[in-house]
Design a protein around this ligand. Structure first.
Ligand code: F6P
Length: 319
């Protein structure tokens, strides 16, 4: 293998730039040529491809977002779109591809691999919803962004003795809500993986209030539903003055944490090693702090599990 490509696809995540840098530098270290594909699979279809060198990834390890831009591409889900992408790989002489993103990105990687072009997936998403890796690139930074916001909200919640509902991202996964709630001592955490009884939530809030608790923080994962709707229900049922904050895309931005930079560097470099070893259709990950790789098909067929022991612990600690 002499020439490889790299792309980022789906929702951006802090640390993607560090992963791109690791891919480019590791590949050049091993004497490969690297091509950056802009705007994910859309850029592959459109031939938005340019050669990268050591300098093209200078000064990006600390930056959020992705230097290669990203897109969610419907066309690449079709056979026609995939064939257009393969044509571009042929045209540029690219023999292998590294795709950084979430499960949608891995579906594209699987299709390309099946068409004879080895592809390796690198998990990059703030949602932490990818099986086969303890952490995805961007999760730690997004978590810290949420914690920072909740700490600030807690100050005003205390001053006004209010209940605050904070809606966080995560798509269908509750990891961001759970970790943020545990890290911030939230009174209630609602995640899609657990069906919580509204009466029980209200009961807990009232109990806390009667015990002299002056404010409450409730974290709602977006997969459960709208934080705004939930706040209305709380206000009516518990008769507590409630405010709501939807953190939205602030969670996707910002300079990556040290953990995300290190994780991205390790995973990006490992992906290059796998291509050089002749592997295809794999996803790299980290488990118990060891680099691992799994068949992308297995990853796509496995449901992500949130840590329910941690969820139970969060309830025990917020009695
Ligand atoms: O997958 C990352 C994520 O930020 C999810 O948490 C969220 O549901 C989704 O992307 C939002 O997507 P978009 O930026 O396309 O609105």
């Amino acid at each position: 293998m002499k020439k490889i490509g790299v792309l980022t696809s789906g929702g951006d995540a802090p640390g993607m730039n560090a992963a791109i840098r690791a891919v480019v530098r590791k590949a050049i270290f091993h004497g490969l040529e690297v091509y950056g594909i802009k705007y994910g699979y859309q850029g592959l279809i459109d031939g938005n491809i340019e050669k990268m060198d050591l300098g093209s990834v200078g000064d990006i390890i600390q930056r959020g977002g992705t230097k290669l831009y990203s897109a969610r591409c419907e066309e690449f889900k079709t056979e026609e779109g995939q064939l257009k992408g393969i044509e571009q790989l042929k045209k540029h002489g690219i023999e292998g591809l590294i795709a950084i993103g979430g499960d949608g990105t891995f579906m594209g990687a699987k299709k390309i691999t099946e068409k004879g072009y080895p592809c390796i997936g690198v998990p990059g998403t703030i949602d932490n919803d990818i099986p086969g890796t303890d952490f995805t690139i961007g999760f730690d930074t997004a978590l810290n962004t949420i914690i920072d916001a909740i700490d600030k909200i807690r100050d005003t919640a205390t001053s006004h003795e209010r209940t605050y509902v904070i809606e966080v991202m995560g798509r269908d996964a509750g990891d961001l809500a759970l970790w943020a709630g545990l890290a911030d001592g939230a009174e209630t955490i609602l995640i899609p993986e657990s069906e919580d009884n509204m009466d029980e939530v209200v009961e807990r809030l009232k109990r806390g209030h009667d015990r002299g608790k002056k404010h409450s923080i409730i974290i709602v994962a977006e997969g459960v539903g709208s934080g705004v709707d939930f706040a209305k229900q709380i206000e009516e049922a518990a008769q507590l003055e409630t405010r709501v904050t939807v953190l939205g895309h602030t969670q996707r931005g910002g300079s990556p944490s040290a953990s995300d930079r290190v994780l991205a560097s390790r995973l990006g470099a490992h992906a290059v090693d796998l291509l050089l070893d002749g592997k295809a259709g794999r996803m790299v990950g980290i488990q118990a702090n060891k680099l691992v790789d799994h068949d992308i098909i297995d990853i796509l067929n496995t449901e992500h599990q949130v840590d329910l022991d941690m969820y139970r612990l969060s309830k025990e600690l917020s009695i």
